[in-house]
Design a protein around this ligand. Structure first.
Ligand SMILES: [Zn+2]
Length: 57
């Protein structure tokens, strides 16, 4: 079973229940960036997301 890349937005932004999970890291990063920008008005680099918010599950 492949590892999945998961971003639990609640860990980054209080009161947000958004969760991204994908076996494709690039896809997870892209979805996470889009969500952060559209919903929270914040821009994150791939590195920031990878280091601070993405979990391997
Ligand atoms: Zn969110």
């Amino acid at each position: 079973m492949a590892d999945a890349h998961k971003l639990d937005c609640e860990a980054a932004e209080a009161d947000c229940r958004f969760i991204i999970q994908s076996e494709d890291e690039d896809e997870a990063l892209e979805l996470a960036q889009r969500h952060m920008k559209e919903v929270h008005g914040k821009e994150f680099s791939d590195e920031e997301l990878r280091e601070e918010h993405l979990q391997i599950v």
